[in-house]
Ligand binder design. Structure first.
Ligand code: AKB
Length: 321
């Protein structure tokens, strides 16, 4: 049977790249992008697009009746910093959106559901280094609390309602094709743009704030790998720990300086520092590696080289990389 895939929240940082990757695999006509707003990005002109507010259950059902997807990727959410600024909206969008999708998966017999969790499920009493899959989890942000509750719901819907739902705890995602929005790890994207434009980055985290991060090609690979793995290999139905690399603002600055020696970072920590301080430094993803063969390809310097190589032409720069 030909798969039809619905991506909800398609115009965000991950969705924009995921729609492109899915269309390369399944064909443009079989990947339905949807979001609460239109995006000017070229990828959305190449196949079906539906305006969809995931808070509107009826509207979701109309889209499902029209396209009869066999798989749904539900990415719509408020990220950590935005959800702290708008806690009620963060909670209702992140939770109600997931309920609508999980209930629809039962009612419309959707074959597989993907839903992203985050390192934000961890909190101040979580072991900070090499954080294990199962440990104390006491998130203290609305985003983290909603992701932890969402994980429990996913596992419940797998066990009690038979929904084949799969999930990853993403670290900060870094890519050059699409912009992040409202996260605590966003500095690690804007620092590359600043390196190629002003040559200076003002960082909203302190120099030693180490966080887990993942380069977008690895994030796409992990997402597609977990969705393509046979169901019996997915042993964790809440959400898998996932790691690529870990670094602090000092280390990413040093990595950029290998290619742009005059680049400078200054530090002006703001409200996002407390969020970052409550998250792990590094993640133990051995269960993802053992269960479905996860293996990242990029380390910090390989990512820096690729980011700069791809972004430099956008700013009319040529670098010897
Ligand atoms: C954020 O910073 O909120 C996200 C995340 C780690 O989930 N990038």
């Amino acid at each position: 049977m030909q798969d039809n895939i619905l991506v909800i929240g398609a115009c965000g940082q991950l969705g924009t790249e995921l729609v492109e990757a899915l269309r390369n695999i399944y064909g443009d006509a079989h990947v339905i992008a949807s979001d609460v707003r239109q995006s000017p990005d070229e990828v959305f002109k190449q196949g079906p697009f539906e305006l969809l507010d995931i808070m509107d259950k009826q509207a979701l059902e109309t889209v499902l009746q029209k396209h009869k997807p066999t798989q749904v990727y539900h990415l719509a959410a408020l990220l950590s910093a935005t959800a702290e600024a708008k806690p009620k909206l963060g909670w209702s969008l992140n939770m109600d959106g997931l309920f609508h999708v999980l209930d629809a998966a039962v009612d419309f017999k959707i074959g597989k559901v993907y839903w992203p969790s985050s390192i934000a499920v961890f909190g101040p009493h979580t072991p900070m280094n090499h954080t294990p899959q199962n440990c104390v989890m006491d998130p203290n942000t609305i985003y983290g609390i909603s992701k932890l509750a969402g994980e429990r719901y996913c596992e419940y819907y797998f066990n009690k309602r038979g929904v084949d739902v799969r999930s990853l705890r993403y670290p900060g995602l870094i890519g050059y094709k699409s912009a992040p929005g409202g996260g605590t790890t966003d500095y690690a994207v804007s620092i590359y743009h600043d390196a190629l434009t002003t040559g200076e980055h003002s960082c909203f985290l302190g120099p030693d704030t180490e966080l887990p991060m993942l380069y977008m090609p690895d994030a796409l690979k992990a997402t597609l790998d977990i969705m393509h793995a046979p169901a019996d290999q997915i042993k964790i139905r809440s959400s898998y720990n996932l790691a690529g690399m870990s670094f602090d603002p000092k280390a990413i600055t040093a990595s950029i300086q290998k290619f742009i020696p005059d680049f400078k970072t200054t530090y002006a920590p703001d409200h996002r520092q407390a969020i970052a301080d409550s998250w792990p430094n590094s993640i133990d993803d051995s269960e993802a590696r053992a269960d479905w063969g996860w293996q990242p390809a990029y380390d910090l310097d390989a990512m820096t080289k690729d980011m700069l190589m791809n972004l430099a032409p956008r700013y009319g720069k040529s670098l010897s990389l």
